[in-house]
Design a protein around this ligand. Structure first.
Ligand SMILES: [Zn+2]
Length: 263
């Protein structure tokens, strides 16, 4: 847990607000790439062109910004695999401890623990999830680019994607969500495993506000973990003290159970 909290403090406390096309995002991306490399993963930077726009009321510039893709040694993207993703960017006014240093920090811990997993998993820190305007095509830029660039063999091999997004706010249960238009197989699996490890969950079917939605729109099986409402959302008050250790560890427990078994 101390590593997870340290990572949240680094992103939200030291780097701070990091819209996808900002210098702070570039610093966060370098940091994430270095962390994955230290854990033994092969890191690819997938560059994404993102337009200028208005993000939560503040102008943001256009730019080219990377997804950080971490694959274990020997990874074959045309062989069965799963994806765990979390967005690394924030809206301009928020240091983003909960949204979404929490998801990145839990993802890095999973990458550490499951580095030798017999079931291949690719970890991705997505750029520019946060909106740059209204509508469904002005957010989730990094994950949409990832899905759009998959060829048919890669699509067939990609068995499941989970987005970890806002996984640390205190709550009675861990939200397990889909956008409600595709398969709920991934969520069903997470829900069954959560029961087995005594973690309370809450299901929702109308969540299109994270990177799982890019996969669902692309007809690929996915789910989101997280989204407990909290007062500091998209504000300067989204600082490390808003995250709750118990909620973070519940999410880690569910995801470890998922990664330890065949998808
Ligand atoms: Zn988020």
């Amino acid at each position: 847990m101390e590593r997870v909290l340290d990572d949240i403090r680094h992103l939200a406390g030291e780097i701070g607000p990091r819209p996808g096309t900002s210098d702070a995002y570039a610093e966060a991306a370098d940091w994430a790439a270095e962390r994955f490399t230290e854990l033994g993963y092969t890191v690819d930077r997938q560059q994404v062109d993102v337009p200028a726009g208005t993000s939560w009321g503040i102008r943001v510039r256009a730019g080219r910004t990377p997804n950080i893709i971490a694959s274990p040694p020997g990874f074959d993207d045309e062989a069965p695999h799963r994806i765990v993703g979390a967005h690394l960017d924030t809206v301009p006014q928020a240091p983003g401890a909960e949204d979404n240093a929490s998801g990145i920090a839990v993802m890095l811990e999973l990458a550490r623990v499951h580095a030798q997993s017999e079931y291949p998993v690719r970890f991705i820190a997505f750029t520019s999830e946060e909106p740059r305007g209204p509508g469904d095509n002005l957010h989730h830029f990094g994950s949409r680019a990832y899905v759009e660039r998959l060829d048919d063999p890669e699509r067939d091999a990609m068995r499941a994607m989970v987005s970890l997004d806002r996984v640390g706010a205190r709550g009675a249960a861990v939200p397990l969500c889909t956008g409600g238009t595709g398969t709920d197989r991934v969520r069903g699996r997470l829900s069954a495993l959560a029961r087995g490890v005594d973690v309370p969950t809450r299901l929702c079917d109308d969540n299109r506000a994270s990177d799982h939605w890019s996969f669902e729109r692309g007809k690929l099986p996915s789910a989101r973990v997280g989204s407990v409402p909290y007062a500091a959302y998209h504000s300067a008050r989204d600082v490390p003290k808003v995250v709750d250790e118990r909620q973070l560890s519940r999410v880690g427990t569910i995801m470890s159970a998922w990664l330890e078994r065949a998808g």
